[in-house]
Ligand binder design. Structure first.
Ligand code: SF4
Ligand code: SF4
Length: 190
């Protein structure tokens, strides 16, 4: 980057550069407008114009590796978490937003389980480290939905064990598309 004393008079004025920027923006605006109008009447079909995705009515398909909202995976009974409350996810979490309270099964002296498992989604940066750290495949981010406005209080953004378990059940029942549809429905009527 040039220092101010190295700049020419033209560069110091800024105005020509602002004008150049506006010309580039205007060029793309009018070009896209013209192409979209022509395509509406059946012309210029092969010409590519910029498209704004009308979210949430439309969306780009997410890749399979997309990191969506968390869920806790379930055992075969579909009602117990796989999580053994080992704390590896909480330790790996750079945002320190996972809270776990471990408990013991009365009939199992080895394995533990989380009495409480919470993720503060206001602090979460969706890095996926918790998923990578988990040795039991107990937490995943494959729900296909992204973080949204869950309410007006801070507490509303804390996803509990029950919410994270329910998401697994809903995903199994409705699939990613169904879950996504439910997620965006409130935004469609705003
Ligand atoms: S995605 Fe990253 S920030 Fe969010 S809970 Fe997992 S480890 Fe923490
Ligand atoms: S989600 Fe995985 S890493 Fe986190 S406490 Fe449970 S078993 Fe351990």
């Amino acid at each position: 980057m040039k220092r101010i004393e190295e700049m020419t008079l033209r560069e110091r004025l800024y105005f020509p550069e602002i004008l150049r920027g506006m010309m580039v923006t205007s060029y793309h605006f009018w070009r896209n407008l013209a192409i979209h109008i022509l395509q509406k009447v059946g012309l210029a079909r092969g010409v590519k114009a910029a498209i704004t995705v009308q979210y949430p009515e439309e969306r780009w398909p997410y890749p399979d590796t997309y990191r969506g909202r968390h869920r806790l995976t379930l055992k075969e009974d579909n009602n117990t978490v796989q999580c053994t409350a080992c704390f590896l996810c909480a330790t790996a979490c750079p945002a320190e937003c996972i809270y776990i309270q471990a408990g013991e099964y009365p009939d199992n002296s080895v394995e533990k389980y989380p009495i409480r498992y919470e993720i503060d989604t206001l602090r979460c940066i969706y890095c996926g480290f918790c998923v990578e750290a988990c040795p039991c495949d107990a937490i995943r981010m494959d729900s296909g939905t992204h973080p949204g406005n869950l309410g007006l209080s801070r507490q509303a953004f804390v996803e509990t064990k029950e919410v994270l378990m329910e998401r697994s059940k809903e995903l199994a029942k409705k699939g990613k598309e169904g879950l996504y549809e439910e997620y965006v429905r409130p935004y469609r009527h705003v």
